[in-house]
Design a protein around this ligand. Structure first.
Ligand SMILES: [Ca+2]
Ligand SMILES: [Cu+2]
Length: 303
């Protein structure tokens, strides 16, 4: 793990999507954080030791999905499928395929496996799976503030985890999507799907893959925007948390949503410019997909 020293930083951004605003000052105590997202090999050790069964391996509870087709209430997960050409970007069902039998060891479904991908981030983990891993490892999941502070690597209000330029001197710095999402993947960064952790340079704290590759779960419930900046320097919030799920529900959904951070290999400028520390999205806690993973932290004195 890597030590991130105590300090203050400006969280959020006013320059991209509305959910990242407003920029506001936050203070944090020092903490340890995983150098890279939890890998398939690490998750396998956990699953073997505990017998943990992930959400994707259990049929969804019909009570949570009133009116759902019972045929769809089987174990499975969401797998990305590129389209043949341009599609309506407002409807994510165009590229997310509900795939029965997909889970962390079968990332594309029953006939796939993770051979050769031991050092890729584990995917198809729901929030409870990430939490169970963290508890087993004697760790915790980061708050959004801790995650973003660590991801910024000591830089203040830079667009990316390494500065303001996407590809400095032509060098690709993260596993994102180049080209027109979701059909044209130009692969300038060399990776169509997830990539082995550490394939790109670390940030200023020595952390790998904070942006791109996979989204990462945080412990905060989602809110559509950040709290306003503190009016006085005395009142800068220390490691603020969102403890209420009240604002997190997407329209018409029964499942609460947590904040995910960092963007993924599917984030493209024409669709989702979210391979940035300030970027955030919500994800339903029971949902797993082929582009969400996690990393853990340890707060000294918390044990
Ligand atoms: Ca890529
Ligand atoms: Cu994205």
């Amino acid at each position: 793990m890597v030590w991130v020293p105590r300090g203050e930083f400006l969280m959020g951004s006013d320059q991209f999507y509305p959910e990242e605003a407003p920029v506001h000052r936050v203070s944090l105590d020092g903490f340890w954080i995983d150098e890279h997202p939890v890998t398939v090999a690490e998750f396998r050790r956990f699953a073997k030791a505990t017998g943990h069964v992930t959400m994707a391996e259990v049929p969804p509870d019909p009570a949570d999905y009133p009116g759902a087709d019972p045929a769809l209430l089987v174990p499975g997960s969401l797998v990305f499928a590129p389209t043949a050409g341009p599609v309506d970007l407002r409807d994510f069902r165009n590229w997310w395929e509900w795939t029965p039998g997909a889970f962390w060891r079968r990332p594309e479904g029953p006939h796939s496996n993770v051979g050769g991908r031991e050092l890729h981030p584990v995917v198809h983990v729901a929030y409870a799976d990430a939490l169970a891993y963290a508890q087993w490892a004697g760790k915790e999941l980061p708050t959004e503030a801790e995650w973003e502070y660590a991801a910024r690597g000591g830089l203040e209000q830079k667009v990316f985890a390494w500065g303001d330029e996407f590809a400095p001197r032509g060098r690709m710095m993260a596993n994102t999507w180049q080209g027109e999402f979701p059909w044209q993947n130009l692969l300038s960064d060399g990776h169509a799907g997830t990539s082995p952790v550490g394939s790109f340079p670390p940030n200023g704290h020595g952390l790998y893959d904070v942006t791109g590759n996979v989204w990462e779960w945080t412990s905060d419930w989602f809110t559509p925007r950040h709290a306003d900046d503190a009016a006085k320097p005395c009142c800068v919030p220390r490691n603020p948390r969102v403890d209420s799920d009240a604002e997190s529900y997407a329209h018409g959904e029964a499942i609460a949503r947590k904040v995910i951070k960092g963007g993924s290999h599917l984030c493209a400028p024409n669709y989702c410019l979210r391979y940035r520390p300030a970027a955030r999205q919500s994800e339903a806690i029971d949902t797993s997909t082929s582009h969400i993973g996690f990393r853990c932290i340890v707060r000294p004195g918390a044990a």
